[in-house]
Design a binder for this molecule. Structure first.
Ligand SMILES: O=CC(=O)O
Length: 314
C-alpha cells in the first residue's frame, strides 16, 4: 500500500498522520500554498482523500483528482462531502460513527448543566475572588427538566439515555411513533416538541431538509425559560434568530458546541452570560480520537485490500 497516494485536507490528528504515512504515500494539503498548486503536480497520484468537518470534499476537489477511489471523513457527519458527486463517480465514502457517540452525548449533557447551573460563570466568580464579597446567585435545576431531542439517532439516543438518568422526561419529533423509542414521547413536528420541552437538544445531521429547521417559530415555542443545546451542526439553527431571541430574552439560554459560520462567533453571543460556547469539541478526547483514527485507517485498509468497508456511507 506504500505507493498509494492519500491526501489529507487538514491537520486533524498527529497520530492519524503518523499511521497514514506509515502505510501510504501521505500528502498534507496544508503544506501547499493552495489546492490548485497541489493538484497541478500531484492530482494523478491521489487514490484516497482524508477529510474532516473543516475541509471536506467538494465537487471541485473530487473532479480535480481523476484517480480518486475513496473519501474517508474523520467525523460522523458527512455534510462537507459532495455525496452526489461521489455517487456519480463511483467513489466510496466512509465516516467514523459509534466510536464518538458517548463523548458527544456527554458534552450535550455537560452543556445543559453548564447553562442551567452557570458553571463557567461561577468558575469565573471564584477565580476573580468575588466569592469573598458575596455568595453566588441561585441558578436553575437541570434534573427533571423536559428534554426534546431533534434527531433520535445514535447520538440522540445516547443523549436521551443520559437525560433519563437525570430524571428528565424525553420527547422527540417524528412523523410517526418510533417503536425503538420505548417510553419517550413523540410529537408530530418540532414546534410542538419545543412547546412541550424545557430543553431542546439538536442532534440531527445537517442536510437540505434540516438547514434552519430550528427557526423563530421553534425558538418562540420553547420560550423565555427554554434552553437550546446544539451538538449537531450550526446551520441547523437559524443563528440570527437564535441570537435575537437570546438578546431579547425570548429564549432562556443556549449551550452551543457548533455555530453557523464557525469558527466566527458573533459579538452578541460572546457578550451573553446565558450562553455557553465550546469550539466544536464533541468528539475531541484523546481516547475517541485514537478510535476514530483506527476506524478511518481500517476503512482505507479494507478498501485497498478489496474487503467490505467497516463504516460505509456510500
Ligand atoms: O462534528 C463532528 C463529527 O461529525 O464527527
Amino acid at each position: 500500500m506504500e505507493s498509494i497516494g492519500v491526501l489529507m485536507t487538514y491537520p486533524m490528528n498527529t497520530n492519524l498522520e503518523e499511521q497514514l504515512s506509515n502505510r501510504l504515500n501521505l500528502f498534507k494539503l496544508w503544506n501547499y500554498p493552495s489546492f490548485q498548486s497541489f493538484s497541478e503536480t500531484h492530482a494523478n497520484s491521489i487514490r484516497a482523500l482524508v477529510c474532516n468537518t473543516k475541509i471536506g470534499a467538494d465537487a471541485n476537489t473530487i473532479d480535480s483528482l481523476p484517480n480518486l477511489e475513496i473519501v474517508s471523513t474523520y467525523s460522523v457527519g458527512f455534510d462537507k462531502i459532495d455525496l452526489k458527486k461521489c455517487r456519480e463517480k463511483g467513489i466510496c465514502v466512509t465516516n467514523t460513527p459509534d466510536v464518538l457517540t458517548d463523548d458527544v452525548a456527554d458534552l450535550a449533557i455537560a452543556l445543559a448543566l453548564a447553562v442551567f447551573r452557570k458553571i463557567p460563570m461561577s468558575d469565573g466568580y471564584v477565580k476573580s475572588e468575588l466569592w469573598k464579597c458575596s455568595d453566588y446567585p441561585l441558578t436553575s435545576k437541570f434534573s427533571g427538566k423536559a428534554v426534546g431531542i431533534v434527531g433520535l439517532g445514535r447520538i440522540g439516543s445516547a443523549i436521551a439515555k443520559r437525560a433519563a438518568a437525570f430524571g428528565c422526561p424525553v420527547s422527540y419529533p417524528s412523523r410517526s411513533e418510533k417503536p425503538e423509542a420505548g417510553s419517550y414521547k413523540y410529537y408530530p413536528n418540532i414546534p410542538d416538541l419545543a412547546a412541550n420541552s424545557q430543553i431542546l437538544v439538536v442532534a440531527c445531521a445537517l442536510t437540505d431538509e434540516t438547514r434552519h429547521i430550528v427557526n423563530r417559530e421553534v425558538i418562540d415555542a420553547l420560550g423565555p425559560k427554554g434552553v437550546i443545546i446544539n451538538i449537531g451542526r450550526g446551520p441547523i439553527i437559524d443563528q440570527p434568530e437564535l441570537v435575537a431571541a437570546l438578546v431579547e430574552r425570548r429564549l432562556g439560554g443556549a449551550g452551543l458546541d457548533v455555530l453557523e459560520n464557525e469558527p466566527d462567533v458573533s459579538e452578541e453571543l460572546i457578550g451573553l452570560e446565558n450562553v455557553v460556547l465550546t469550539p466544536h469539541i464533541g468528539s475531541d478526547t484523546v481516547e475517541t480520537c485514537n478510535d476514530m483514527s483506527d476506524l478511518l485507517i481500517a476503512n482505507l485498509e479494507a478498501h485497498f485490500n478489496g474487503k467490505p468497508l467497516l463504516a460505509p456511507v456510500l
